[in-house]
Design a binder for this molecule. Structure first.
Ligand SMILES: [Zn+2]
Length: 160
């Protein structure tokens, strides 16, 4: 068994903030059914350097220090998977817009469906996406959406 020193655990805690999104690269467990590329929400890092995960598939297996490998969501494609996941769990009322973070008053279904992923966004952002697609506005990367950038910067797990 490979145990990390304190500095390593602290570095891991700075990198894997609670709420950030994680992609599985490798899991050294023949019995696990979590596929490579699966995503999870980080729940923290324990004293042994294991990354505590809430996997989208429902599993709660940790990423074992020194044995398993993962990375944070870092590409547009990975961010899209995260946003699709959030879209399936979006609040039906008064959800937060995953793009700008504002609160969307009333039923979520009355707002705009994003052109980027299966998730509802505020009407203003719906307009912005239309203008982006018309070439009038520069396209905003998914990595900059509030639902992705907030958790990556330590604001905790996205709740929308
Ligand atoms: Zn918005």
């Amino acid at each position: 068994m490979n145990f990390p020193n304190r500095e390593t655990v602290q570095r891991l805690r700075r990198e894997y903030l609670v709420g950030c999104r994680i992609v599985l690269d490798e899991m050294d467990d023949p019995y696990t059914k979590i596929p490579i590329g699966a995503q999870a929400t980080c729940q923290g890092v324990d004293d042994a350097g294991n990354i505590l995960c809430a996997w989208d598939c429902g599993s709660g297996l940790s990423i074992a220090f020194g044995a398993d490998h993962c990375h944070k969501v870092g590409t547009e494609e990975e961010a899209k998977v995260t946003l699709e996941w959030y879209g399936k769990h979006q609040s039906r009322e008064n959800a937060r817009c995953p793009r700008c973070g504002c609160q969307m008053e009333g039923p979520t279904s009355h707002h705009a469906l994003s052109r980027r992923a299966g998730i509802m966004i505020c009407d203003e952002d719906g307009m912005r996406e239309a203008l982006e697609d018309a070439g009038i506005l520069k396209r905003m990367p998914l990595m900059q959406w509030a639902a992705i950038a907030g958790p990556e910067h330590g604001e905790g797990a996205w709740k929308g």
